[in-house]
Design a protein. Structure first.
Lengths: 91, 596
């Protein structure tokens, strides 16, 4: 079970289009794993003028982004609970 | 009865000069006597005229007459009729009696009196404008159809209408330094910098009308090809003058739809006189005053009923455009790409079509995109829809024209070229000169046909950028066909020079800061410094807006990841740990996911 190299590259592509302050919240080691596993053939395509949800992100990319969002960007417990609740419902 | 010879005996003027002076005194007294007394006019002539009327030949100048405050002399062109001579003398005499030291009329140093370099910034424009207008009033009285500087005169007349006749002539004849106060009082200027800029615009028109005179063409005629460089400043000057007048009308107290209609008609008159159509902004006073009336409690319907059809249509046109522009950029793009005809019919106010298109382009385009009109055509032809659906970056579109000529016959290659990736999106052409329809050219033969159409065609690729138009020349007459790949690589190379919107905004901030630093060091330029400071802050705010508004945020991520469920998150975490065995411990710490 390996990390999807395209997804790792795509996550980095998304991060490239975010403010530095959000990227800095992610531990360096986590980012290193992404970089080490990222595909060399990936062609950047993420744009900022178009909603992210409409950019056909890879399913694996979405999963990694969910982890990052929950762990590093969602600060209050209340928000974390809200997001988790929505995920449980879908289960 | 005064004896003119006696009055000017110390000057030793000849009888012809005395005759013209006496004639001028009578004529001036009859028209403008209430602003300057006859005795005062005589005193000024004594002070500012030392020589007899002189003459110059047609070959020497196209002017009908001249006054020199240095020589204190009036000269006329030889061979004019007596009636013309009198009219020209009236004009030159007004220069003579409005001279103080070497400054004639509004060619005043009052504008620069606060400056330390003592430079005199002459403003011939308004000086010639009011002198020509005063002369026209005189000519009309004596049934002479003679009219110099028509545009300047008209604008002086507009200025006088706003300022008030008595006040203006008093200032023009007696106290030009007070022009600033008058303009400020009438909301035509906020500070002396505004006055200076306003007078500069009159100067531009003056230079243009001088040029017309010197090129011996009629006003309706075309100016010489090599004089075209004045066109842009002239258009700017016209626009500035109308905006200034319009701004003054914004401040006028009105209380009825009829007065609002009067404002509309006035601005329409200005724009017709100056022959410009620069869209809604010059009608700002009309829109602002419409709101004022609504705020005063007059029902909208009642106001609209009091307006003419064209005023009503313009108001509706402005509101439709504003509504469209209030949508976010992506919504605008989608609307245009999906239904261009509807946008064209409903949002573009036909009288200001160019302006509306430019505003929409400004809203949806970034600096390195092609020309606004071309972009609109691409949107209209459905190309943009295709681009959007394929997820290409609209911000990085690069256009390469294969053929450009005056008949609107052109084709272009379109690339998505952001400096890192370059995608050839296709070749599009407009074969039948139809203005708005570009269709994809399906095969290479057609592409070659376009290039081969012009034997003198120098292969050039164009790339628009904020700082100007990059033009790449490669290939020559012998080499008509350039491969797509060759062009693509050139584009990649050149797009590296293109600025992103944020970079472009930052450059503007830096440029304004540089100006601010320069002017703030010069003690007497605080007003300029202040302006650049404001400009700098505005650009910086815009930059911040771009920075925050255009980047992806965690909210976007949350929105995009809605469908991911808990189980999938667990799988992902497991993969992470597996992919980094050496860092297992630290990763587990890092991804200590509470709800596992």
């Amino acid at each position: 079970m390996n990390l999807d190299s395209y997804a790792c590259a795509e996550v980095l592509d998304v991060l490239d289009n975010m403010e530095k302050k959000y990227v800095e919240k992610i531990p360096k080691k986590f980012l290193e794993v992404l970089k080490e596993n990222a595909s060399d053939n990936y062609k950047k395509h993420i744009v900022t003028f178009k909603p992210l949800k409409n950019q056909n992100l890879n399913k694996e990319t979405l999963k990694i982004l969910t982890v990052i969002n929950l762990k590093y960007w969602t600060e209050s417990q209340e928000d974390k609970d809200r997001i988790l609740k929505s995920k449980i419902k879908k289960n | 009865m005064e004896n003119i010879e006696e009055i000017f005996k110390e000057k030793n003027f000849n009888s012809e000069t005395l005759k013209y002076i006496e004639n001028f005194l009578d004529e001036f007294d009859g028209i403008f006597g209430k602003y300057v007394s006859r005795d005062e006019v005589i005193r000024r002539i004594k002070e500012n005229l030392n020589k007899n009327i002189g003459y110059f030949s047609k070959d020497e100048s196209n002017d009908a007459g001249t006054y020199s405050s240095f020589e204190k002399e009036i000269c006329l062109r030889e061979g004019m009729s007596e009636e013309d001579n009198k009219s020209v003398i009236f004009h030159e005499m007004i220069h003579c009696i409005t001279t103080r030291g070497l400054s004639v009329g509004f060619d005043e140093e009052y504008i620069t009196e606060d400056l330390e370099d003592n430079s005199i910034m002459a403003h011939h424009g308004l000086t010639e404008g009011f002198t020509a207008y005063a002369t026209t009033i005189r000519n009309q009285k004596y049934g002479l159809e003679r009219n110099s500087y028509p545009i300047l005169q008209q604008q002086t007349k507009n200025l006088i209408e706003i300022i008030g006749e008595d006040e203006f002539w008093n200032v023009a004849f007696n106290n030009p330094v007070k022009l600033f106060d008058l303009m400020e009082k009438n909301r035509l200027a906020e500070d002396y910098v505004d006055v200076e800029i306003f007078l500069d615009k009159f100067d531009v028109i003056w230079r243009y009308e001088r040029q017309i005179l010197n090129s011996k063409t009629t006003l309706l005629g075309r100016i010489r090809e090599d004089d075209k460089e004045i066109d842009t400043p002239l258009a700017d000057a016209k626009e500035y003058i109308i905006k200034t007048f319009s701004n003054a009308l914004t401040q006028r107290e009105i209380s009825s739809p009829a007065e609002l209609m009067e404002i509309y008609s006035k601005i329409k008159g200005y724009s017709r006189q100056l022959d410009i159509n620069n869209g809604f902004p010059i009608y700002d006073a009309f829109f602002v005053q419409f709101k004022h009336l609504e705020e005063k409690g007059i029902p909208r319907e009642e106001i609209l009923n009091g307006l003419g059809d064209d005023a009503k249509e313009m108001l509706e046109g402005k509101e439709k455009l504003d509504n469209f522009l209030s949508l976010d950029r992506y919504e605008q793009l989608e609307q245009i790409a999906n239904n261009p005809n509807q946008v064209f019919d409903e949002v573009i106010y036909s009288e200001f079509a160019d302006y509306c298109m430019a505003e929409i382009a400004k809203s949806i385009l970034t600096p390195n995109l092609p020309h606004a009109t071309e972009m609109y055509c691409m949107l209209d032809s459905g190309l943009a829809k295709n681009i959007l659906e394929n997820g290409y970056n609209l911000d990085s579109l690069a256009i390469e024209f294969l053929e450009i000529d005056d008949a609107d016959e052109m084709s272009f290659n379109l690339y998505n070229a952001d400096g890192e990736n370059t995608n050839y999106l296709g070749t599009f052409g407009c074969k039948d000169c139809s203005f708005v329809k570009y269709t994809p050219l399906e095969n290479e033969e057609e592409r070659e046909w376009f290039v081969a159409q012009r034997p003198d065609f120098k292969d050039a690729a164009f790339l628009k950028s904020e700082t100007g138009q990059y033009i790449l020349y490669y290939g020559d007459d012998k080499y008509k066909y350039i491969s797509s790949q060759g062009r693509v690589s050139k584009f990649s190379e050149y797009t590296n020079y293109c600025e992103s919107p944020m970079e472009s905004q930052l450059r503007k901030v830096r440029s304004a800061k540089k100006q601010y630093d320069t002017f703030s060091k010069m003690g007497y330029m605080e007003k300029f410094a202040e302006r650049f400071k404001i400009e700098m802050e505005e650009h910086y705010q815009e930059y911040l807006k771009l920075k925050s508004g255009r980047l992806i945020t965690p909210i976007d991520v949350e929105e995009a990841t809605k469908e991911v469920n808990l189980e999938e998150i667990g799988e992902t975490l497991a993969k992470f740990i597996e992919s980094a065995p050496k860092r297992k411990k630290s990763l587990e710490e890092g991804i200590n996911y509470e709800s596992r």
